[in-house]
Design a protein around this ligand. Structure first.
Ligand SMILES: [Zn+2]
Length: 375
């Protein structure tokens, strides 16, 4: 940072005073020779003191968590949702979200300061105010989720983002894509979303809507997609396509999927069509943006080991040689938590921009701690 030792010392003391970091004296390592002078303090984020509420809203489930500074998931709750108009309306989802947030807040340790809310949704989100423009698999059009969160939890700043963009953000900061500047993240669930970091910067687009990889057309005579078009990539590799290939009903859900995948015999070809379409779609993206890493996330990460060979050969067949040679395919290091942790990254924005304003002025309007619910 180009700062001298005493400036860093003063800044760290200030952050420690705010409760944002802990300073530890490292334990002496008996296997290494003692060096002269006092060992430097280790400074670590105070995950046990400063936390945010994060939520990942998926079509068939809602997961909420308290996440500590540094990305540690402290407490979580998960609820399976039945899919349908009665349970997917914005008001219903917000009511469930509110109950789940209250439950994790009631569990938190005394002394914890909660400083924000971040929510991941499977849809196109206007980043400025959290307006969900279109979430086809939830049946949402122009739902002001950001505004609804501010009405319900006004004392906490809240932000909303696209689940795939947030999954990528978390993987780029803390997971499989750390230190890699050209990355594509695929969030394959009921719907299929995508996010990209190119040249070290997230691809956003004019309105924040870029990267909807699931609606890339791959089969013009294909099935009708929830977006209204025909033959989108999502109709060939999304969860319903996987369930159809496995001979399961479309409302099977993620637990049923895991059980069914465990029963697939080695050498079975039932998922070959999904694998082939995965590889073909990846080839177009590889040709277009030349990524170093392609992360297969969402529920598709569980399917990927079974279709890897077919997907790789379709990719090799359809991608240009030069970019095809450079891309590595991986699953998220954060597993199913990528979008959830990414939502928390969004919630940290204010704190990271100005920790003294958020932690130092607990009485500032619109900021500060949530009233403690536990006596
Ligand atoms: Zn579509």
């Amino acid at each position: 940072m180009g700062l001298n030792r005493s400036t860093i010392g003063a800044l760290v003391s200030e952050l420690a005073g705010l409760g944002a970091v802990h300073e530890h004296r490292p334990e002496a390592d008996p296997s290494r020779p003692a060096t002269a002078g006092r060992p430097s303090l280790r400074v670590v984020p105070a995950a046990d003191r400063v936390q945010v509420l994060a939520a990942d809203i998926a079509v068939d489930r809602i997961v909420v968590a308290l996440i500590g500074l540094g990305g540690t998931v402290v407490t979580r709750r998960r609820r399976r949702r039945t899919i349908g108009p009665a349970s997917s309306g914005p008001a219903q989802v917000l009511a469930v979200l509110g109950e789940m947030f209250d439950a994790v807040l009631a569990d938190r340790d005394p002394g914890v300061e909660v400083v924000g809310i971040g929510v991941a949704v499977p849809g196109v989100v206007r980043s400025r105010d959290g307006l969900v423009r279109f979430a086809p698999n939830l049946g949402w059009v122009d739902v002001p989720l950001g505004e609804m969160l501010r009405d319900r939890f006004g004392h906490l700043p809240s932000r909303v983002g696209n689940d795939a963009d947030l999954g990528l953000l978390a993987e780029h900061r803390r997971g499989a894509a750390r230190g890699i500047d050209d990355v594509v993240f695929l969030a394959g669930d009921v719907g299929v979303g995508g996010g990209m970091v190119l040249g070290g910067r997230p691809l956003i687009g004019a309105g924040g809507y870029a990267g909807e990889l699931g609606h890339m057309m791959i089969r013009p005579d294909g099935r009708r997609c929830r977006c209204g078009a025909h033959g989108c990539w999502e109709t060939e590799i999304g969860l319903p396509a996987v369930l159809r290939a496995l001979g399961l009903p479309e409302d099977t859900g993620s637990e049923g999927l895991s059980e069914a995948l465990a029963r697939v015999e080695p050498g079975s070809t039932v998922l070959d069509d999904v694998g082939r379409h995965l590889g073909l779609g990846m080839a177009s993206i590889v040709n277009l943006v030349n990524p170093r890493l392609f992360i297969v996330g969402g529920l598709l990460r569980e399917v990927y080991p079974l279709i890897e060979d077919v997907a790789r050969s379709a990719l090799a067949e359809a991608a240009l040689v030069a970019p095809g040679e450079q891309v590595r395919i991986d699953v998220p290091l954060l597993g199913g938590d990528a979008s959830l942790v990414g939502a928390s990254e969004l919630a940290w924005s204010d704190l990271l921009a100005d920790p003294t304003a958020v932690l130092g002025a607990g009485t500032a309007p619109g900021r500060g701690t949530v009233p403690r619910r536990r006596a």
